[in-house]
Design a protein around this ligand. Structure first.
Ligand code: B12
Ligand code: SF4
Ligand code: SF4
Length: 254
């Protein structure tokens, strides 16, 4: 079963595919898998190379590349889910690559329903690096993950080798100093840099607009800051920083 699913996913264009039992998936800060999918037995996790767009200083181009991956990942997830249903009579649920995720004061919009890094780790697709990303043995840090949950019993793949060489380039190149403490990403420091048009900016903008006199409101709505917020509103979470991915020299064999 595993090899048929792997072959199907690789032929679709996935860069790598790994499997883990639900029991081996261990993400203490995420909701239990059972609360999402009662009877879940395994996870199928896919790795996709981040395009060279992430090197561009033009953030429309940089994030446009990620949007291509999100779209490709979603289409592929659907196809793989249908393949597993038809071929093996499986029950399957897809995992969002990035969003939606729970937006609440409790999670601060920072906890996915399934942690794809912990799932990738368990599925043998990589190991955590100093940048708190999971480094794939061949693709390095420039990799994003997507996946599926299923009631099929699939065994876990072997663990991946560690390739982080502790060069510290990720820490030095983080504009928000969000990686100073090993094993922890300072959320707010990262968010301020990587999502300048996220929820915090929205709250600030709309509060200020409501409190401003009409002339000031007109100026605020004519300002490009509002136009950027507007665009982010229909794009979704929009990242403006890729430094901890793009500066990491580990792996990178395409
Ligand atoms: C919310 C979110 C964020 C938030 C919060 C991040 C966070 N602390 O988890 C913010 C906005 C800050 C963020 C930033 C980024 N993100 Co993000 N994000 C997510 C999302 C949607 C959920 C993550 C989640 O649930 N975290 C909460 C819990 C599970 O994390 P945690 O238990 O606190 O674990 C943290 C630490 O304890 C540490 N950790 C845990 N165990 C271990 C073990 C060891 C040995 C070590 C060293 C560290 C470590 O790692 C985590 C990072 O802080 C995932 C997609 C998904 N569904 O998984 C993508 C995801 C994690 N993001 C990703 C990426 C690429 C980024 C960015 C580079 C931005 C960008 N341009 O894309 C930065 C990187 C920041 C960084 N270096 O840590 C990728 C990571 C791919 C990879 N190769 O690992 C993911 C998996 C998306 C995807 N589909 O591939 N992200
Ligand atoms: S995405 Fe940017 S701000 Fe966030 S941890 Fe990585 S380098 Fe730092
Ligand atoms: S930049 Fe260097 S220290 Fe950071 S994750 Fe990559 S190899 Fe490890």
């Amino acid at each position: 079963m595993k090899e048929k699913i792997r072959k199907y996913a690789l032929e679709l264009g996935m860069d790598d595919v790994g499997f883990t039992t639900a029991a081996n998936y261990n993400s203490p800060n995420s909701p239990p898998l059972e609360s999402i999918f009662p009877g879940a037995k395994s996870l199928v996790i896919m790795a996709l190379l981040e395009l060279d767009n992430c090197e561009s200083e033009n953030m429309q181009i940089a994030f446009g590349g990620r949007m291509d991956i999100i779209e490709f990942g979603r289409t592929s997830n659907y196809k793989i889910a249908r393949f597993m249903q038809k071929e093996f009579g499986a029950k399957v649920m897809t995992i969002p690559l990035s969003y939606p995720l729970e937006m609440s004061y409790k999670t601060k919009g920072c906890i996915g329903d399934v942690s794809l890094r912990h799932a990738a780790l368990a599925a043998g697709l990589g190991q955590f690096g100093r940048n708190n990303l999971v480094l794939h043995p061949r693709l390095g840090s420039r990799v994003v993950f997507t996946g599926l949950i299923t009631d099929l019993e699939l065994t876990s793949d072997p663990q991946a080798e560690e390739i982080c060489n502790n060069c510290n380039l990720c820490v030095e190149n983080c504009p928000g100093k969000a990686l100073e403490d090993e094993g922890k990403t300072h959320l707010m420091r990262c968010l301020k840099n990587s999502q300048p048009y996220g929820i915090a900016s929205n709250i600030r903008f709309w509060t200020q607009l409501l409190e401003s006199p009409p002339e000031e409101q007109k100026k605020m709505l004519a300002d490009e800051h509002f136009w950027k917020l507007y665009q982010a509103g229909f794009i979704g979470f929009q990242y403006f920083c890729f430094n901890c991915m793009k500066n990491c020299p580990a792996g990178r064999k395409n």
